[in-house]
Design a protein around this ligand. Structure first.
Ligand code: AP5
Length: 204
């Protein structure tokens, strides 16, 4: 199977839907955001270089992202295709990706900007499993409440920068993939399960 890209603004629900798609397709999730956060918590050179950009809500330079992706795609589990989450985010990233792997589909999860801040500021993660919750839209079970953490870049101020970066540098990729005939739009402004069902309909 070739690879799939999950595309959309911060807080669109890419990580949430990736978990369901992985379960259905068996494709491994390749999230550049998760990889950068891991690199940072391991204090690797790349992670430390990326830190300032991430905390400011700016895009990490393409060459750092592409070196992460090139290494990840060499792993055995990537041989049958992967589910990209949050990558590519610039035209140079998309052009480099097209040289190294084939894409079957780019799923664009569409959510109006007005909803993004509430989604991001209310997001909580399970520090053990990485599962994604929301204080209002997807409350965590009470027995794991003490494990919930908030991402450092999930502040209102940083989200505004991330949205700016999305509109100025990333949104144009929708046209790029529409021209290639592989862009599929999904209305992400609905219940999580309804979004999942629409995505599953695209996968059959
Ligand atoms: P990254 O980690 O990729 O962050 P992001 O794109 O901003 O996306 P998010 O993880 O914030 O949101 P999501 O769409 O996954 O939403 P989620 O499912 O969690 O990147 C972080 C940083 O790393 C970037 O700012 C940049 O610096 C750097 N970076 C990463 N990749 C890069 C690249 N390729 N190039 C350059 N720099 C890069 O959902 C959000 C919340 O909403 C959750 O609480 C969830 O429960 C809730 N929710 C989900 N769906 C719904 C729904 N339908 N209704 C109500 N609530 C919902």
């Amino acid at each position: 199977m070739s690879s799939i890209v999950l595309f959309g603004p911060p807080g669109a629900g890419k990580g949430t839907q990736a978990a369901a798609i992985m379960e259905k397709t068996g494709l491994p999730q390749v999230s550049t955001g998760d990889m950068l956060r891991l690199a940072l918590s391991n204090r690797t050179e790349l992670g430390l270089e990326a830190k300032g950009y991430m905390e400011a809500g700016k895009l990490v330079p393409d060459e750092l992202i592409l070196s992460l992706i090139q290494e990840r795609l060499k792993e055995d589990d990537a041989a049958g295709g992967v589910l990209f989450d949050g990558f590519p985010r610039t035209i140079p990233q998309a052009e480099s990706l097209s040289e190294i792997t084939e894409l079957s589909m780019v799923i664009s999860i569409e959510v109006p900007d007005d909803n993004i801040i509430e989604r991001i500021v209310g997001r909580r993660m399970d520090s053990e499993t990485g599962d994604i919750y929301h204080i209002k839209f997807k409350p965590a079970p009470s027995e794991i409440e003490n494990r919930l953490v908030q991402r450092k870049d999930d502040t209102e101020e940083t989200v505004r920068s991330r949205l700016d970066a999305y509109h100025s540098q990333t949104a144009t990729l929708a046209d790029y993939y529409a021209d290639m005939g592989i862009l599929k739009k999904v209305d992400g402004d609905r219940e999580i399960i309804e979004v999942t069902n629409s995505i599953f309909n695209l996968l059959v």
